[in-house]
Ligand binder design. Structure first.
Ligand code: KG4
Ligand code: ZN
Length: 340
């Protein structure tokens, strides 16, 4: 079995060719970070245009690396939810066109499920059943993952995603986009205990919800003073910037690790799989590992390269292929995701 996987849900255009044992025969990725950097975040219209330029070269590169043609493929898989509508449409339209041209079946990929499946690809161990935590720029949510194709939402953020909070706080501190890596770097020289930022929802043990907008506002007030808005012109010294970055990062990481632990307890499960760009955060990985040792659960976090968006995690399509879960060509994109 050989499957071509396509990913274009946000600002990375990616394609990969995988076999039934999750071997990656070819993988290609075009990042748009440089394009969006000057705006401090992803601009949807620009993203979809950049996908249109990149999609065919990226698919072609993955197939060339894998030394396969359309005839060799068993199916073509593509992310159709969730994500930016215009971005998703580019990948899905390309996938459908290839299906029409080749007569191969289409498989729909859920981007969030794929983020969890990145752990399955990276570790090549049976992970299911497990609790899945996704912390990315667009989503922060917990799932009960009974099988690779059976994910039940347990809870999600009620406002910002964790990555969004990293990006916004970085912007407040005058650090470049994407904010996660910038905050992590600045935090290396900072004191995580310098500021006592809130850990929203952590004390709400019976509900698996996240909230990051209050934490973001707490940083803003620390920078500008309560009720004031003009923090941009305020000069802060390097040490204060590093201390705020470290203290914010510590609070955000505590929320993610703490809520994941609560989910494991609630589900009576002993395995946690984490995916999404924020899972690349070094402090998160350190604290999650500490918690796994202390509370004796198995922890899988994909290597940083597979935490951020990529098409290799689309190998989850193998599971759908085996289960006979194909889509017809009327498949549409589904940008949003219902929150609990
Ligand atoms: O999963 P992803 O690549 O794209 C989405 O599906 O959103 O996640 C991107 C997010 C951005 O908000 C970025 O700032 C954050 O992941 N991120 C990080 C780190 N690397 C990327 N956040 C914290 N620490 C990092 N090292
Ligand atoms: Zn993602």
């Amino acid at each position: 079995m050989l499957i071509l996987t396509i990913e274009s849900s946000c600002d990375e255009t990616a394609a990969a060719v995988v076999d039934e044992r999750r071997n990656v025969l070819g993988a290609s990725l075009a990042s748009q970070i440089d394009v969006h950097q000057r705006y401090g975040g992803v601009v949807p219209e620009i993203a979809s245009r950049a996908h249109m330029e990149a999609i065919l070269p990226v698919i072609s590169e993955a197939m060339t690396q894998a030394q396969v043609t359309l005839d060799d493929l068993s199916a073509i898989a593509c992310v159709n939810e969730p994500g930016l509508a215009g971005s998703l449409l580019v990948g899905l339209s390309a996938a459908k066109a290839l299906c029409v041209a080749s007569g191969k079946p289409l498989i729909a990929i859920n981007h969030l499920q794929a983020h969890i499946y990145a752990c399955r690809v990276a570790f090549d161990e049976e992970l299911f059943p497990c609790v899945g935590l996704i912390a990315s720029g667009g989503h922060t949510s917990l799932y009960r993952c009974s099988t690779p194709i059976d994910f039940e939402p347990l809870g999600a953020t009620i406002d910002d995603a964790a990555g969004e909070a990293f990006d916004k706080v970085a912007a407040m501190l005058g650090l470049p986009y994407p904010g996660g890596p910038s905050i992590q770097k600045a935090a290396e020289r900072g004191d995580p205990k310098a500021y006592d930022f809130p850990r929203p929802m952590l004390s709400e043990k019976d509900r698996l919800r996240f909230s990051f907008s209050g934490l973001k506002t707490a940083v803003r007030y620390k920078l500008a003073g309560v009720g004031k808005v003009d923090f941009a012109s305020q000069q802060i010294d390097e040490q204060t910037r590093a201390d705020i970055a470290a203290s914010f990062q510590e609070a955000a990481v505590d929320c993610l690790v703490g809520k994941a632990r609560q989910a494991l307890k609630k589900c009576g499960m002993k395995t946690l799989c984490v995916g999404g760009g924020v899972a690349a955060n070094a402090r998160f990985r350190e604290k999650a590992l500490d918690a796994a040792e202390k509370y004796r659960f198995k922890l899988y976090i994909a290597p940083p390269k597979l935490c951020s968006d990529n098409a290799v995690m689309g190998a989850i399509a193998i599971e759908r292929y085996k289960a006979g879960l194909f889509s017809d060509l009327t498949l549409d994109v589904s940008p949003g995701l219902l929150r609990d």
